[in-house]
Design a protein around this ligand. Structure first.
Ligand code: ME8
Length: 506
């Protein structure tokens, strides 16, 4: 049995409504989890980051208590993930007792181990990013990440001895060159490390929306938030469960929070005598006019209306096909519509429709037997292993490109073998062979694309009439070309991806 696979997303601040950027990371995690679940124990964690000044300010502006505000917003995040067919195993909220208690335990632990000490913090703070900044890092006196005004704070705080971990971090980075991906982010983090590390203030005293520290103050929201990855899987509570999943196989983050996850996070884990995650992947941004899409810049796109207009699965496809995971890409409705119409409606949807229509016309909708070997089968049998390897290397775009070679080959088989002529000429065996290959190819596509487009591929599966489960282990369902049983009764139905102008009218 393979070791369990554990994938996480950042936990999102609920200072406002979610946007498509939040759906993006969570969809990536869902594709990984769905692929992994077919053959090994898998755990996929997401959730919400509810403490801190940013959320407290948002609640105050809405005239609510922070807890009331969070309780009202969480269902919107859950609805977003449901709308995008995301199946997480757990959704953690940092205000839950199961988390708060363990955060306090961590603090005690760090105090006992001597990793924290009392000191005075004086410096700049960006509320929007919940980040302390050295004066030298500010850009024109503003936050270097979001460009907003920073606040001067002066507090008696607890500090974490981050500087004490610098040598170990450098050594770890040097010996594990793939632990932070992509390489550009790894290099950037090495620059930070080489510049030197300051100790980190891990408490706040000027407001109280956070995990309380005995003796006063609350825990700095980033320490509280990072710990979600271990509190959710039972750290200090359920040893067996915790050891099953930790260290995480891959932690997905946007590149703006790579520093927290690749420098502060491993140091905290080491202070707790735990290991660092196997991989942190810092993905690129969805941009609008060259700028990161974000709530605070007021250029965010409502993910619910996108799912309504383009279809949640088409959006999932677009987000993973448009750019390599590590790159930024610009948001454009034309590009979404274009990919949906050409790749999903024409290449894939029409392929299903034409195949099932021909099968209906020539064979009463029943999958024929096939005599002899298949050139298509010979060519595509290695595909599942290739696709799986690319998915777990987080090369989703290349995984989809590989799958599309099969889509293209099936369309070409129709154009070249012309089943309608084989029918006219009574070449029954040849017609059977083409029709069988088309149906078998579609079955492979439904299985391979299921992690990317779970709802639409389940519908394709239904139309193909296949009795087994779509999410069976590929090493059995896609072991060899020819798994589709002859005599299967297909069930053609409405197009998988109706052309967009048709949608607009409905
Ligand atoms: O940073 N493009 O939460 P957050 C791509 N609570 N992804 C985007 C994006 C965009 N334009 N905008 C947001 C926080 N994201 C902290 C995290 S983790 C212990 C604490 C995604 O609500 C991306 O994954 O600001 C980014 O890292 C995350 O949302 C930030 O969400």
């Amino acid at each position: 049995m393979d070791r369990a696979y554990y994938v996480t997303t950042p936990i999102y601040y609920i200072s406002g409504n979610p946007h498509i950027g939040h759906a993006y990371t969570t969809i990536v995690a869902d594709v990984l989890a769905r692929t992994s679940r077919t053959f090994r124990p898998t755990f996929f964690l997401t959730g919400t980051d509810e403490h801190g000044q940013k959320v407290a300010n948002a609640a105050a502006a809405a005239g609510k208590s922070p807890q009331e505000w969070c309780d009202e917003l969480v269902p919107r995040w859950k609805a977003l993930f449901a709308a995008y067919h995301i199946e997480y195993d757990d959704f953690i909220r940092t205000t839950e007792t199961r988390h708060v208690e363990k955060v306090q335990r961590v603090f005690e632990h760090l105090r006992e181990s001597g990793d924290v000490y009392r000191g005075k913090y004086e410096g700049w703070y960006c509320v929007d990013d919940e980040t302390f900044w050295l004066e030298s890092k500010l850009v024109d006196g503003r936050c270097p990440t979001c460009g907003r005004a920073v606040q001067w704070i002066s507090e008696e705080d607890w500090f974490f001895r981050l500087s004490a971990y610098r040598d170990r971090l450098l050594e770890y980075f040097e010996h594990n060159r793939d632990w932070v991906q992509p390489r550009s982010v790894y290099n950037e983090m090495m620059v930070f490390l080489r510049e030197g590390l300051d100790d980190l203030s891990i408490s706040r005293t000027s407001f109280d929306w956070g995990v309380p520290i005995p003796g006063g103050g609350v825990i700095y929201v980033w320490l509280d938030a990072l710990l979600n990855y271990i509190t959710a899987i039972g750290w200090s509570e359920d040893e067996a469960r915790f050891r099953t999943y930790w260290p995480a196989s891959v932690q997905l983050v946007g590149k703006e929070i790579a520093r927290f996850h690749t420098i502060i996070w491993p140091a905290i884990l080491w202070a707790l005598s735990e290991t660092a995650p196997e991989v942190v992947f810092a993905h690129g941004w969805i941009t609008v006019d060259g700028q990161k899409m974000s709530k605070s810049l007021d250029n965010a796109v409502d993910p619910f209306s996108l799912a309504d207009r383009f279809g949640a699965d088409a959006m999932r496809y677009f987000l993973l096909r448009e750019a390599p995971l590590g790159s930024d890409f610009s948001y454009s409705e034309e590009k979404i519509a274009q990919r949906r119409n050409s790749e999903l409606a024409n290449d894939l949807g029409n392929l299903l429709q034409r195949t099932l229509a021909m099968l209906q016309r020539y064979r009463d909708g029943i999958v024929p037997g096939r005599k002899g070997s298949s050139a298509l089968g010979g060519r595509f049998e290695p595909l599942p292993a290739i696709v799986r390897a690319r998915i777990f290397a987080l090369r989703f775009r290349e995984a989809l490109e590989g799958i599309w070679e099969l889509v293209t080959a099936l369309n070409r088989a129709i154009d070249e073998r012309k089943p309608w002529e084989l029918h006219k000429q009574n070449r029954a065996d040849e017609l059977d062979a083409v029709l069988y290959d088309l149906c078998e190819g579609l079955r492979w596509l439904a299985i391979l694309l299921h992690p990317f487009m779970p709802e639409r591929m389940s519908e394709m599966w239904r139309q193909l009439g296949t009795p087994e489960r779509i999410d069976e282990d590929w090493s059995s369902s896609l072991r060899a070309w020819g798994g589709l049983a002859p005599l299967t009764q297909t069930a053609p139905a409405a197009p998988l991806f109706p052309k967009l102008d048709t949608i607009a009218q409905t």
